[in-house]
Design a protein around this ligand. Structure first.
Ligand code: NAP
Length: 282
């Protein structure tokens, strides 16, 4: 049976480290501040935004909340972002996605200062990641690297297969594994013989968005299996892209859903808020 990688416990450890740093900086007169903007009232977004605010409360990070109506114009949102870019007392800016259909998300992301881009979605942050320069790293893949390291999974020199090539998970994940000296393959919906490719992996990261798609037939015995998926099963219960019950029989270690990758994303957002203070040279 595979060892379960406990994302809840690891995420708490990271939030506790952040909390300690925030307290130390407070004593030096530095307050860490995150501005969170939500446009409209998408239910899932409201849950995510509330969880982010709770994590701020836990770590002692000050959060400024901007809840804008659905009919907010692109220009109104951009001018709020510019105002927050200019504010000395704001370290990180997060615009909750997705935005309403009449808005241009790419333009909004490009308008956030790269020094305050705690989600790591700005093209400059992505470019910096690719060429190994300082900058923000997208929270979910950054959290996966922490999960692996803190669970004692060696990355250097090992075969890593990432299934999925999205801009927010698959691509940055592949670059981060490469940065850790893994030998990386990225698979996607056009990959021929996905089972054979996946079975090469010592570390298999799955981010496809298809409930329980990955069975034991895709997994090399002893591999570390990281399940990014947040899907619904036939009974409408939260599950991952990996068929947990089947794969845990062959994997060396595995993340559950819920309680694996999910909690890490918010922990890394808190971590990125500390990075924002450093990047701003404070
Ligand atoms: P996405 O943008 O829809 O990308 C899915 C990727 O999977 C695409 O690259 C696609 O290939 C590939 N794919 C789809 N079907 C495939 C198949 N049958 N075989 C091989 N590859 C296939 O999704 P995403 O944003 O990366 O998210 C993936 C999952 O992670 C979702 O369940 C999402 O909810 C979850 N997620 C969780 C967190 C978290 O905090 N836990 C954060 C982000 C996302 P093509 O490029 O060829 O189309």
């Amino acid at each position: 049976m595979a060892k379960i990688i406990d994302g809840k416990a690891i995420s708490k450890a990271i939030k506790d480290e952040v909390k300690q740093q925030v307290e130390e900086w407070k004593q030096q007169g530095i307050t860490v501040t995150l501005a969170v903007i939500q446009v409209g009232s998408n239910q899932a977004s409201t849950v995510y935004v509330n969880n982010k605010k709770k994590a701020c409360e836990y770590t002692g990070i000050r959060s400024l909340s901007y809840e804008l109506p659905e009919e907010t114009t692109q220009e109104e949102l951009l001018s709020l972002v510019r105002e927050l870019n200019d504010r000395e007392d704001v370290n990180g800016i997060l615009v909750q996605l997705p935005l309403p259909a009449h808005m241009d998300e790419d333009e909004v992301i490009r308008t956030i200062s790269p020094k305050k881009d705690v989600d790591g979605f700005h093209p400059q942050s992505v470019g910096a990641l690719c060429i190994g320069q300082p900058g923000f790293v997208s929270c979910t893949p950054a959290g996966i690297i922490e999960l692996l390291k803190r669970s004692g999974v060696e990355i250097a020199g090992r075969e890593c297969v990432v299934i999925g090539r999205s801009n927010i998970v698959g691509k940055p994940m592949a670059i981060l594994l490469l940065r850790e000296n893994g030998t990386v393959t990225v698979a996607h919906s056009k990959t021929a013989d996905l089972k054979a490719v996946a079975k090469r992996a010592d570390i298999l990261v799955v981010a496809v968005g298809k409930a329980k798609m990955i069975t034991s037939e895709y997994v090399k015995p002893g591999a570390a299996v990281i399940d990014v998926g947040m899907d619904r099963d036939e009974n409408n219960r939260l599950c991952g892209d990996v068929d947990f019950e089947d794969v845990e029989k062959v994997a060396g270690s595995i993340t559950p859903v819920p309680g694996g990758v999910g909690p890490m994303t918010i922990a890394m957002l808190m971590h990125n808020c500390l990075e924002s203070v450093k990047l701003q040279g404070k």
